[in-house]
Design a protein around this ligand. Structure first.
Ligand SMILES: Cc1cc2nc3c(=O)[nH]c(=O)nc-3n(C[C@H](O)[C@H](O)[C@H](O)COP(=O)(O)OP(=O)(O)OC[C@H]3O[C@@H](n4cnc5c(N)ncnc54)[C@H](O)[C@@H]3O)c2cc1C
Length: 377
C-alpha cells in the first residue's frame, strides 16, 4: 500500500467519491480514506432527490451543472445510476408560500432554469392522484429528478481505482500534520502516515471534528432526519412532491422499483449524529403522505431509518480553501449533498488541480457572510 499521495480525500460519501474521481481523472494520485465503508454516512441514508430549484444563485448554477453530469454519468462511469428526470413539484397551500415560489422562480429563470408556477388543475395533470384540497398551486420543474446514491457513489469509487487511485475502508483519520501552515501528512488509527500535498475534508456530518485535526474551524452541525420506504406499488407519478406546510413532507416514487421513499423535517430539530428511528415518524409520515396522495392508503412501510443533515450556518455548502495551505473543505451540504455531489466534485478537482474554478466557489467559502439563508431548504 502506497505511503504517498498527491491528494488524500477524507470520507467515501458522495462528495469524497466525486472529488476523488475528478482528481484521479486529472492525473492526481488519489487515496480516499474512509473510517467505515462507502455510503456509511449521510449518503447511504439519502432518498436520491435531485433538483435545481434553489434561491441562491450559485446553488442554482451548481445544480444545473450537476444535472448535466447526472444525465451522462451512466456512460462516464460505465454503470447504470438509475437517473430519471421526473421533475420536482413544490406545493403551495398558503399565499405566503405561493409568493415565495414566484420570487424563487424569477431568480431561477435568470439562470435558464425552465420552471413554472402552475395551478391546482395543472398539478393534477402531473400527479393524477394528488389531493388538491386547499392547494393554491405549485412550482414545477420537469428537469429535476432522481438517481441511486449507492450506485453513483460506488461508480465514482470504482472510477478512482480505474485511474490508479485507492479507496481504503476502515481507515479513520486521527491526525493531520501541518508544518509552516501547510499540510504535510495524514495519520490513520492503525498508525499509518501518508505524505501528501493536499487533503480534502469530505467528512460530511463529521467535517467539524476533521477540520479541528488541522486546526481549521468548519462550522458544520449535524441534525437527525428520518426516512422510510414503502412496499412497491404500480406506477403512480414521476416527480418528487414537496409539501412545505408545518406538518408537510416530501416523497418520490422510485422509478425502477415502484417503492415510495420520503422524509419530513421535524418540527423541533434533533441535533447530533442520531440514527435512531422513532414511532412518531412511523405513524406521522404515512399520514402526511396519504393526505397528499390518498391512493397510498393501505400501502405497507417496509423499513425506516435516520441519518444526518450536515448543516452549515446558512444552509449552503462550505467548499474551498482554508487558512492551512493544501487543506480543502467540501462539506456542509445541508441536506442536499447527493444532488450537489457531481458538480462539487468537479469544481473541487479544478480548484485543487489548477487553483481556478469554472464557477465562483468563493460564494461557498468558509469566510463568507452567512447572513443570507437558502429559502428552499
Ligand atoms: C434522510 C435523509 C434524506 C436525504 N435526502 C436527500 C436527497 O433526496 N437529495 C440530496 O441531495 N441529499 C439528500 N440528503 C442529504 C445527503 O445525504 C447528504 O447531504 C450527502 O450524503 C452528504 O454527503 P457527504 O459525502 O458530504 O457526507 P457523508 O455521506 O456523510 O460522507 C462522509 C464520510 O466521511 C467518513 N468519515 C467521517 N470522519 C472520518 C474520519 N475521521 N476518517 C475517515 N473517514 C471519515 C464517514 O464515515 C462518511 O462515510 C438526505 C439526507 C438524509 C439524512
Amino acid at each position: 500500500m502506497s505511503k504517498t499521495a498527491d491528494t488524500v480525500v477524507i470520507g467515501a460519501g458522495i462528495i469524497g467519491a466525486a472529488t476523488g474521481y475528478y482528481l484521479a481523472k486529472r492525473g492526481h494520485k488519489v487515496i480516499v480514506l474512509e473510517k467505515d465503508f462507502p455510503c456509511a454516512g449521510s449518503t447511504g441514508r439519502c432518498i436520491g432527490g435531485i433538483r435545481a430549484q434553489f434561491t441562491h444563485d450559485l446553488s442554482i448554477r451548481v445544480m444545473l451543472e450537476s444535472i448535466k453530469v447526472f444525465s451522462t454519468l451512466k456512460d462516464e462511469l460505465g454503470q447504470d445510476i438509475e437517473w430519471f428526470q421526473g421533475g420536482y413539484l413544490f406545493l403551495a397551500f398558503d399565499e405566503q408560500r405561493e409568493q415565495a415560489f414566484r420570487n424563487a422562480i424569477a431568480i431561477q429563470r435568470q439562470y435558464g432554469l425552465r420552471v413554472d408556477y402552475i395551478g391546482p388543475k395543472e398539478c393534477k395533470t402531473i400527479v393524477a392522484d394528488l389531493n388538491t384540497d386547499g392547494l393554491l398551486g405549485g412550482a414545477w420543474c420537469a428537469t429535476d429528478g432522481q438517481a441511486n446514491p449507492f450506485k453513483v457513489t460506488y461508480g465514482y469509487l470504482s472510477g478512482i481505482r480505474r485511474f490508479g487511485g485507492e479507496v481504503r475502508c476502515g481507515s479513520e483519520v486521527t491526525a493531520i500534520r501541518v508544518h509552516k501552515e501547510r499540510v504535510v501528512s495524514v495519520l490513520t488509527a492503525d498508525g499509518t502516515e501518508l505524505s501528501t500535498r493536499n487533503v480534502v475534508n469530505a467528512a460530511g456530518p463529521w467535517a467539524g471534528p476533521v477540520g479541528s485535526l488541522a486546526g481549521v474551524n468548519v462550522p458544520v452541525k449535524p441534525d437527525r432526519h428520518e426516512s422510510l420506504v414503502t412496499e412497491a406499488a404500480e406506477h403512480l407519478f414521476n416527480p418528487m412532491l414537496v409539501d412545505y406546510r408545518p406538518d408537510g413532507c416530501y416523497f418520490l416514487q422510485h422509478i425502477g422499483t415502484g417503492h415510495f421513499l420520503g422524509c419530513y423535517t421535524p418540527a423541533r430539530l434533533v441535533p447530533g449524529h442520531g440514527t435512531e428511528s422513532t414511532d412518531e415518524f412511523l405513524t406521522e409520515m404515512p399520514r402526511r403522505m396519504v393526505r397528499l396522495v390518498p391512493r397510498l392508503a393501505g400501502l405497507k412501510v417496509l423499513r425506516q431509518w435516520a441519518g444526518s443533515y450536515e448543516m452549515s450556518p446558512d444552509g449552503n455548502p462550505l467548499c474551498g480553501i482554508t487558512p492551512v495551505q493544501g487543506f480543502y473543505v467540501a462539506a456542509g451540504m445541508s441536506g442536499h449533498g447527493f444532488m450537489f455531489g457531481p458538480a462539487i466534485g468537479k469544481l473541487m478537482a479544478e480548484l485543487i488541480d489548477c487553483g481556478q474554478t469554472s464557477l465562483p466557489l468563493d460564494q461557498f467559502s468558509l469566510t463568507r457572510d452567512f447572513g443570507q439563508a437558502e429559502a428552499m431548504k
